[in-house]
Design a binder for this molecule. Structure first.
Ligand code: PLP
Length: 435
């Protein structure tokens, strides 16, 4: 399969080039030149398939030309070696727990798969690689853990000082080895701008091959399709109408869902659920995307004012607003509503939500109220409640039990480098031989 830029100015590239480059030279994002299509019996057939088997078939459509089937199987088995349970809170409301990986957030899917895929390509060519990632919280830990100890790859994480939780910070600043965390005096949008600039900087490129690990890398998007299929396959019965509610920030997760639908998953609608960083719900209303500085909320991994995957959504629908509105329903929610929902769901269902997943539940509830269709709602649970223990305690009065993997990191010392919000400093850092 070939990939092209959303800006369509460059030439078509292989999967290998698209994954190792991260974003296209013209500044666009990589998209498949042609969307493949699953056999029409697949949605029914997959009910009897395991997660690795589903991943093999779906992934094979995109990776088949570049990665042989047994290499793909090995990547899936190593990267996605944790369960993906669908929990039914009521007859129509289901929660897909995407937080059972090592960093307790759904970004483990994209990051771990991409790391193994890059590792496969680097191993073939013997080159050295620098992976750069801006994070508003969870990307950093997922990327750091995904690449930890991978030979030939160094990882540089950029994160906004004072804007991520202590638990999040510990997960990517305590690892050492090939992982360096830069604590930037700025916002997440500043970090993202610095990372984007590094990726296209000709001077840095003379010294090292730099690639991104943010959700803009097509290598992260592909594995995120798998769990949409796995969720559908776990529904108690073949539901007539399935709606996915996706707590969204940079819109990588939702874009992967749109890909899944395009290649053959029967989804009736997606809900773009956001916190008060509501540029996409606003776009669905007005038809205009107006990027803004991000606002700080309790669901901080979704504090994004200029969602980078939006260009892919526009591209996928050929800029047809009506078609986009047909597939995506948007809504945004305040911190107060988020906290109240965490409280209510705990009381009603005895189930603890993290604040991001709570925004997804709000999306489903508000959709179900306004659209009286007999659909099943699947809310993507993007983080384990223990990652946001303070907020959970504030909302519910309960302390989620901390998984052992997180507890052991919390006692290790932070090793980040305080860093100015200036590209020249980042360039110098990347060029210095000892970093
Ligand atoms: C990153 C993240 C999101 C947003 O996902 P996007 O793909 O950027 O829209 C939601 N919830 C959590 C916990 C996250 O870490």
């Amino acid at each position: 399969m070939k990939f092209r830029s959303t800006l369509r100015r460059g030439s078509e590239v292989s999967l290998r080039d698209a994954v190792l480059r991260g974003s296209a030279a013209d500044g666009g994002l990589y998209m498949p030149v042609e969307m493949p299509r699953l056999p029409s019996d697949f949605p029914e057939r997959m009910r009897s398939l395991s997660f690795p088997e589903i991943a093999g078939e779906v992934g094979g459509l995109f990776l088949g030309d570049d990665v042989p089937p047994d290499a793909l199987t090995e990547i899936v088995n190593c990267a996605l070696d944790f369960p993906v349970p669908l929990i039914s809170l009521s007859e129509r409301l289901h929660i897909l727990e995407l937080f059972r990986g090592p960093t307790l957030a759904f970004k483990d899917f994209g990051a771990r798969f991409m790391a193994r895929l890059m590792g496969y390509f680097v191993r073939e060519s013997g080159q050295q690689l620098t992976v750069i990632a801006a994070t508003s919280g969870d990307t950093g830990s997922a990327v750091a853990h995904a690449f930890l100890g991978v030979p030939g790859i160094r990882v540089v994480i950029l994160y906004p000082a004072g804007r991520v939780s202590i638990a999040q910070e510990k997960q990517f600043t305590t690892l050492g080895q090939n992982i360096t965390a830069l604590e930037v005096a700025g916002s997440f949008d500043d970090c993202q701008r610095l990372a984007k600039q590094a990726l296209v900087d000709p001077i840095a490129a003379q010294q090292c091959t730099i690639t991104s690990a943010n959700s803009i890398n097509i290598g992260r998007l592909i594995p995120q399709m798998f769990y949409y299929f796995a969720a559908y396959a776990q529904l108690p019965s073949m539901a007539a109408q399935v709606v996915f509610s996706v707590p969204s920030g940079n819109f990588g997760n939702l874009t992967a869902g749109l890909f899944a639908k395009r290649i053959g998953l029967p989804v009736s609608q997606f809900i773009a659920a956001t916190n008060t960083n509501d540029v996409v719900p606003e776009f669905l209303r007005s038809g205009n995307l107006i990027p803004r500085a991000s606002r700080h909320t309790v669901s901080n991994a979704m504090d994004v004012g200029n969602p980078s995957n939006f260009a892919r959504i526009i591209d996928l629908y050929d800029n047809d607003l009506q078609a986009i509105r047909h597939d995506i329903w948007g809504s945004s929610f305040s911190d107060e509503e988020t906290l109240r929902t965490m409280h209510d769901v705990e009381r009603r269902h005895n189930y603890l939500l993290d604040p991001h997943t709570a925004v997804g539940v709000l999306g489903w509830e508000s959709f179900a109220k306004q659209n009286h269709v007999a659909s099943h709602g699947i809310v993507l649970a993007t983080a384990h409640p223990a990652k946001f223990a303070e907020t959970v305690a504030r909302a519910t009065g309960l302390r989620p039990e901390m998984p052992e993997s997180l507890a052991s990191l919390l006692v290790r010392p932070k090793q980040s480098i305080p860093f100015p919000n200036r590209f020249s400093a980042l360039q110098e850092f990347l060029l210095s031989p000892k970093s």
